[in-house]
Design a protein around this ligand. Sequence first.
Ligand SMILES: [Zn+2]
Length: 320
Amino acid sequence: MFHEDEIYYQGLNVNRASEERKNTCWINTQWQHPQCRVLLLHNQRNLIVWDRQADSTPVAISHSREEADAVLPDFEHLVFLGLDKEAPVFAADVSLNDESEILALPGEHELVDLREAGWLLSAQEAALLAYARGLLYWNRHNGFCSNCGNMAESQQGGHIRVCTNKGCARLQFPRTDPAVIMLVEDFSDPCNPRCLLGRNSRFPERLMSTLAGFVDPLESLEQCVQREVFEEAGIRVDRVAYQASQPWPFPSSIMLGFRAQALTTEITIDGVEIAEAHWFSPEQLNTFGEWRDGGVEYCLPRRDSIARYLIESWIKDTTG
Ligand SMILES: [Zn+2]
């Protein structure tokens, strides 16, 4: 079991220095700071030391400016993440470099997709790497003004992009796409509570999870929960209650976690987005394996997902 404060990718313990970073001189001073560290990302993959043979815990790698000097990009590809105590922390998108140049830097590191290693990292490292990935992704995909099409330049350490066309000067801020994720519970037989889990057709075989979906324009979160559950499983729900949230920078979402109570119980899947969906009792869920376990009928979502939190907290609440 884990607690809300253990939901991965949130609770980052870094001072974002939101006011100070508006000052370009201050940002430059941080970049020159002797304790400055920089996280390098290549095509959204993070640098990690991970001895898979020894089954060891992966560890995130950062570099000093001197260590990374050979591959450091210009300021357009650099973002300021914050202050780790006194030490300024930056992230650099080094995707324009050949991958071999990055791997040639000192250390036994490799480039790893955070979706593969995140759940094995320490929570703070996972949150920092996710922050770096999300902010660099946004900068990389917003190089041009969405209003007039001119170049948009990075300011405030990559936390804003400003159109270079003086007649437009549109400001663009990092965006986060809201998505709801919900555990639907059925108490029609109070002695035998059940919850609804499904397998998205993109998921591996046997992996069952809570339903989820993106919020439509002009839709409340509660309405979105009701619509998504009905579209994906044909179940009507009410009593939609917020539980917790999780930043999910793959590439730019925040997952808003809910519980909802079923009004109907007959499942009808669309067969396209959802490959299967079933009701499960807490006892059945306790027989589920871990992600990628062999020899089990079903497995739970990974430990770094809010889906896992929603399922485990529901088991805990219903079994006392
Ligand atoms: Zn513009």
